[in-house]
Write a protein that binds this ligand. Structure first.
Ligand code: AMP
Length: 276
């Protein structure tokens, strides 16, 4: 394999907020993207990322930071999680489905409640790292959270994934990038599940990802127009925090193996165990 580069983009915008009679300027996240690319793909990728940063429903960015970094180690190869969409019509139902799935995966009600609370509060750059039973926060910087980074997809696998997602009308950058991210997160030996709700006010589909159920999309998990969102990674109680964070943030991972994609399925199909 030729040398690969991690390309990451982060776009933010300065906004004024009122905090106890004082006004403050703060950076609000507008958009982000990343992947692993060959040297010959750098220019086109940077152009695509910058265009994305400049045309986002959350507003126009006033700062766009692009980092291009050659990988110093060969990426670990992983398989994409199988994809399906659970039939869901409204946020209460979506939260209930996500909660039931997480409980089936052995996550306690306390940890699930904590994750929803944090996600609804929003405003984190990364994900909350939460223990599955006691609901303890593990990341050293709870304002920032843990960022899954240095991840990408092999170009042939990406084309094939697009064809599969296309059959169900979900071949978008949002779905593909979230699937790659979740596949890396779940490939970490200590991570049991991920819960994600986007902070994009126009994107109301969330997901629960796990080794057991794969990547399960949950439409309408939040109301249209809501800009709260976030991610929670649930880990075993005995997880080695340092190892988890190093793996998620620093170890390069490339999705080189495909997985099946399905269309819309009922929650009962999953919850009764007849999905496999
Ligand atoms: P998005 O899916 O981009 O709307 O992101 C939703 C939320 O997930 C953000 O508000 C962050 O809290 C979190 N998040 C975004 N990107 C990452 C990442 N690479 N690693 C961990 N958490 C992330």
């Amino acid at each position: 394999m030729k040398n690969l580069f991690s390309i990451r983009m982060r776009a933010t915008k300065k906004v004024g907020i009122q905090k106890s009679k004082k006004s403050q300027i703060t950076d609000v996240h507008i958009s982000g993207a990343e992947g692993l690319y060959k040297g010959s793909e750098i220019q086109a990728t940077v152009k695509r990322y910058v265009e994305r940063a400049l045309h986002h429903p959350k507003g126009t960015a006033d700062s766009i930071v692009v980092t291009i970094e050659e990988l110093m180690q060969k990426p670990r190869e992983i398989q994409l999680l199988p994809v399906a969409t659970i039939r869901c019509g409204k946020p209460v139902q979506g939260e209930e489905i996500a909660g039931l799935l997480l409980q089936l995966l052995g996550i306690s009600k306390r940890s699930i409640g904590r994750s929803f609370q944090l996600i609804k509060r929003g405003n984190m750059r990364g994900a909350a790292l939460i223990t599955a039973k006691r609901g303890c926060r593990l990341e050293p910087d709870t304002k920032r959270g843990v960022r899954a980074s240095r991840l990408g997809i092999d170009s042939a696998v990406s084309r094939s994934l697009s064809r599969r997602l296309q059959k169900f009308g979900i071949n978008t950058d949002t779905v593909k990038e979230a699937l790659i991210l979740a596949s890396k997160v779940i490939s970490c030996e200590y991570v049991i599940a991920e819960l994600c709700i986007s902070d994009d006010p126009d994107y109301t589909t969330g997901y629960v990802a796990s080794k057991y159920f794969g990547y399960l999309r949950i439409p309408h998990i939040k109301p249209q127009g809501s800009s709260s969102g976030g991610r929670a990674f649930f880990v075993n109680e005995g997880a080695r925090v340092k190892n988890v964070i190093t793996y998620l943030e620093k170890i390069p991972v490339l999705a080189t193996k495909e997985a099946p994609c399905r269309g819309i399925i009922s929650a009962d199909e999953i919850l009764s165990g007849s999905h496999k």
